[in-house]
Ligand binder design. Structure first.
Ligand code: FCB
Length: 434
């Protein structure tokens, strides 16, 4: 089961501001005009939420630590109250027999660091490692498994290239230094975690098969470029110590010691996390902006996503294609061979409204079966985390897209949905790290 700090915690008055607080304060950035100031009020209700996780019968709970809750200015002064919260959360999980799996960065960069350039500045990578050390020193004695970053691809693309997520920068390909600094931050944080004794470290990257819109060379070329950005920009350097050729050309002029950085970035991982939601069909650019997955993509992009038809869709409009998960896992194994560590699905789930969410049951059932097919073909997958425990603040969508197995209403009352009861029944026969 998985969640993230900004999407559920609330209690903004007990932490420093993040880029998401600044972004959501600007009209037009979030579809329903909401913010995560209260969200699911998890900081106050975490005991109830841990009980929901425990009663579900899952073996592990992935949550994220809010950097500005621990270090309100991003560096320096520690907020004792913030660190205490994660200490109590970890204790509560351990007492419930659930393995805590913290993610150190799920997009909520301290606003103070953004003012110094955010992830465009190399110093942010160093500050991230210092923050990792502070968190590990406090909860590392009870936390066996760590995730450094969540979906650096989305954070780079949506947050810095397209401006549809915080911090709202529209730099297109000039956003690439952000990718490099996120990766460097990951590598430096791995070293900090290892120095603190951590032995089970991974990263959560988003992946999905890219399907060319046709066999025409222009469509294939556009799909290849998209595939590099989504499926290789982060995993190639992490797993092979090299950027894809195209990226090296775009980055090398600005990075003083690329080889040295790549050696840090490629520090061995104990496992590799895959967030999977959907495949993408991509073709040659078309004139005018493209609407895609709730995003408005500018015409300058050298590719354009196309609708995938013939499958059911979630409330978000995302096609439900379980076979694409099998395809993805087989592709990763083929692409990286022995360099691929054991895999963990760190996110998979769907948005559907209503308490009797039979469509979510079908989605999860289909994807677990797809995962099983990959296992039967010899792909080493060690765990599967569902996104998400609670209906929560879904970034630029606000509260409109409901990914929870537990419904949260306007009074913040939690009500398990049909999918929660279904999963609980499944798990009684085969407990695992879901
Ligand atoms: C992923 C994010 C997660 C959530 C799901 C639906 O990209 O990591 O926070 O928004 O999508």
């Amino acid at each position: 089961m998985s969640t993230s700090a900004h999407q559920i915690e609330g209690a903004v008055d007990q932490r420093g501001p993040s880029v998401w607080d600044a972004f959501t304060a600007l009209p037009g950035n979030v579809k329903d005009g909401t913010t995560a100031a209260v969200a699911c009020d998890h900081v106050r209700r975490y005991r109830e939420d841990v009980a929901l996780v425990r009663d579900l019968g899952v073996g592990a709970y992935r949550f994220s630590v809010s950097w500005p809750r621990v270090l309100p200015d991003g560096a320096g002064r520690v907020n004792a109250r913030g660190l205490d919260f994660y200490d109590r959360l970890v204790d509560e999980l351990c007492a419930a027999g659930v393995r805590p799996v913290p993610t150190l960065f799920h997009w909520d960069t301290p606003l103070a660091l953004e003012k110094d350039g955010g992830w465009l500045a190399r110093a942010t990578a160093e500050r991230f490692a210092a923050y990792a050390a502070v968190v590990a020193a406090r909860i590392g004695d009870r936390v066996p498994t760590w995730i450094t970053l969540n979906e650096p691809a989305e954070h780079t693309l949506l947050g810095h290239a397209l401006g549809q997520h915080a911090p709202g920068k529209r730099l297109l390909f000039d956003a690439l230094p952000v990718a490099h600094h996120l990766l460097l931050g990951h590598g430096l944080a791995v070293a900090a975690l290892r120095a603190a004794g951590a032995r089970d470290i991974g990263v959560a990257n988003s992946h999905g098969p890219t399907w060319p819109a046709s066999d025409a060379p222009q469509d294939r070329e556009a799909a290849d470029l998209y595939d590099v950005l989504l499926n290789r920009l982060f995993s190639d350097p992490l797993l092979t110590g090299r950027y894809p050729e195209l990226i090296t050309e775009l980055l090398c002029a600005d990075v003083p010691d690329l080889a040295g950085d790549l050696a840090v970035i490629a520090a061995p991982l104990d496992w590799y996390g895959v967030n999977f939601y959907q495949p993408t069909k991509v073709g040659a650019p078309r004139p005018g902006a493209t609407e895609f997955s709730g995003l408005t993509l500018p015409p300058e992009l050298p590719f354009s996503p196309r609708p995938i038809t013939g499958y059911p869709v979630t409330d978000f409009g995302w096609p439900v294609v379980p076979d694409a998960l099998t395809e993805l896992l087989l592709t990763l194994r083929e692409r990286y061979g022995d360099a691929l560590p054991p895999l963990i699905i760190t996110e998979n789930g769907c948005s559907y409204d209503g308490l009797d969410d039979q469509a979510r049951i079908a989605y999860l059932d289909g994807h677990v079966r797809a995962l099983h097919r990959a296992l039967e073909s010899g792909v080493d997958v060690r765990g599967y985390f569902v996104w998400s425990l609670l209906d929560n603040f879904e970034w630029a969508e606000g509260y409109g897209q409901r990914f929870g197995l537990v419904h949260v209403d306007a009074t913040l009352k939690r009500t398990p949905k049909a999918s929660y009861h279904w999963l609980r029944t499944q798990l009684t026969s085969s407990p695992s790290g879901v």
